[in-house]
Design a binder for this molecule. Structure first.
Ligand code: GDP
Ligand code: MG
Length: 440
């Protein structure tokens, strides 16, 4: 959660029921976090109202602080509004199943069409035919053809001069004759929503009777998200949303806006320009991202990619049990560069704003990291497993052995203690953090 919100929540330490003013103050920060994440204003309002209703008067559970409880309510409400389960593309219909892609120009329709087609072909072993209905942009049909060639997916032969509806009809007929399982229709967009676009989409829909109509939208879509989603849903009728450019800086507030106004699920997210940069939508992760909270799930996944899976599982278990020793810290430090430095690691963990600031202040560069690893390596195995053994004489020995001052040894031990405490806290099953940890 953002530092500011942590600050407000730290103040909520009273026991008993959550009071109106406790919750109101916290909601001001939540509102700010949502607006920073580009959530549309009416959605922000209805969201904070819902959270307030849910929170005020709620008994504070014994095992958590009021602050943690509010965070949990906010997070749960966000996940609920985003749609609690990831919903895959539905292909449960007689073949050929038609998937129609709609959206504004440049939103990523053609790229996403290629990504989905590739995935259905490679992973799900479906026979897929793609067709570009974009007769407006000169090279659009060509672009899809190239994507098809690169990814081993068939595209409908291009015939000049046909209308979108004619192409759609031809695609459906070709798919039936050719024994295709899926037809993907990549449509034309416009810079803005306009009447001709909506008429064209409705006509294509009538001609091809799609089983899925996916609205493709840029994750950076801000306040427009509501109009965009409403227009496409009312005029064309969408069955789901794909959010592209989630690899960028955007916090993805558009997901909440569009889901809230249409009730249609976000099915997939685009995370890059490459053909395999397509991921399932995980409401809990996006909720953390929208709130500006660290994403513990991503951390563990990223760690699992970089370390071997075994080590990551052991680390997660240790974090849960709260037995994070200096051996583990050394391992973490060694892997740090791969993971984008200490700030990178800490930035992905929830509730570590304060520690992260200290680390940043300590200017933890490569040299420091090497020195810290050297300090740990100068300890005996017993000392690494039980840092509490490190009394003055041992500290002096280790400092000499690794060529540093005793103060450096102290600093390292302090950092380890903070990390271990934090991990124990998260692993205790308390509130949101415990839930996230428990789900790993
Ligand atoms: P269309 O006009 O809706 O068909 O949009 P395109 O599929 O042609 O995409 C427009 C641009 O956005 C291209 O340069 C794509 O490579 C890029 N793009 C699409 N999806 C993503 C994504 O998930 N991440 C990033 N970084 N770029 C994307
Ligand atoms: Mg296109």
């Amino acid at each position: 959660l953002s530092d500011r919100l942590s600050g407000v929540l730290d103040k909520l330490t009273k026991r008993g029921a959550l009071s109106e003013s406790d919750v109101s103050e916290a909601m001001r920060e939540v509102r700010r976090a949502l607006i920073e994440a580009d959530v549309a204003l009416p959605v922000v309002r209805s969201f904070t109202d819902k959270v307030k209703n849910r929170a005020v008067g709620q008994e504070v559970l014994k095992s958590v602080t009021p602050g943690q409880q509010v965070v949990k309510i906010v997070h749960d409400q966000l996940v609920e509004m985003l749609g609690s389960d990831a919903k895959p593309i539905d292909l449960d219909a007689p073949a050929p199943v038609c998937i129609m892609m709609v959206g504004l120009q440049g939103s990523g329709k053609t790229t996403t069409t290629g990504k989905i087609a590739r995935r259905l072909t490679e992973r799900d072993r479906r026979k897929v035919l793609m067709a570009s209905l974009d007769t407006r942009r000169p090279a659009a049909q060509e672009q899809l053809k190239v994507l098809g060639e690169q990814n081993g997916v068939d595209t409908l032969p291009i015939i000049a001069g046909q209308t979108p509806v004619q192409i759609a009809n031809r695609a459906m007929t070709a798919a039936k004759l050719g024994g295709y399982d899926v037809v993907m229709l990549d449509t034309a967009g416009r810079i803005h929503i306009d009447e001709p676009l909506m008429v064209e989409m409705a006509e294509v829909r009538k001609a091809s009777n799609p089983h899925e109509i996916l609205l493709v939208a840029d994750a950076l879509t801000g306040q427009d998200a509501v109009n965009l989603a409403t227009a496409f849903d009312e005029r064309v009728g969408i069955t789901g949303i794909v959010l592209t450019r989630m690899d960028g800086d955007g916090r993805g507030g558009a997901a909440l806006s569009m889901r809230a106004v249409t009730g249609k699920p976000v099915k997939l997210i685009g995370t890059g320009e490459k053909a395999d940069a397509l991921e399932e939508f995980h409401p809990s992760r996006i909720a953390d991202r929208i709130l500006g909270m660290g994403d513990i799930v991503s951390l563990v996944e990223k760690a699992a990619q970089e370390f071997d899976a075994d080590k990551a599982a052991k680390m997660a278990a240790k974090m849960k049990k709260g037995s994070f020793d200096l051996e583990d810290l050394a391992e973490q430090l060694k892997q740090m560069e791969k993971l984008g430095g200490m700030s990178g690691i800490m930035g992905m963990m929830p509730g570590v704003g304060k520690i992260k600031k200290q680390l940043d202040a300590a200017n933890l560069d490569d040299k420091v990291v090497k020195r810290q690893v050297a300090i740990i390596q100068s300890m005996t195995p017993a000392e690494r497993r039980r840092p509490e053994l490190m009394k003055a004489s041992r500290k002096k020995r280790v400092a000499r052995g690794s060529g540093v001052d005793v103060a450096d040894v102290n600093k390292l031990l302090k950092m380890h203690r903070q990390m271990a405490d934090m991990m124990k806290q998260m692993g205790k099953g308390k509130g949101l953090f415990g839930k996230l940890m428990g789900g790993m």
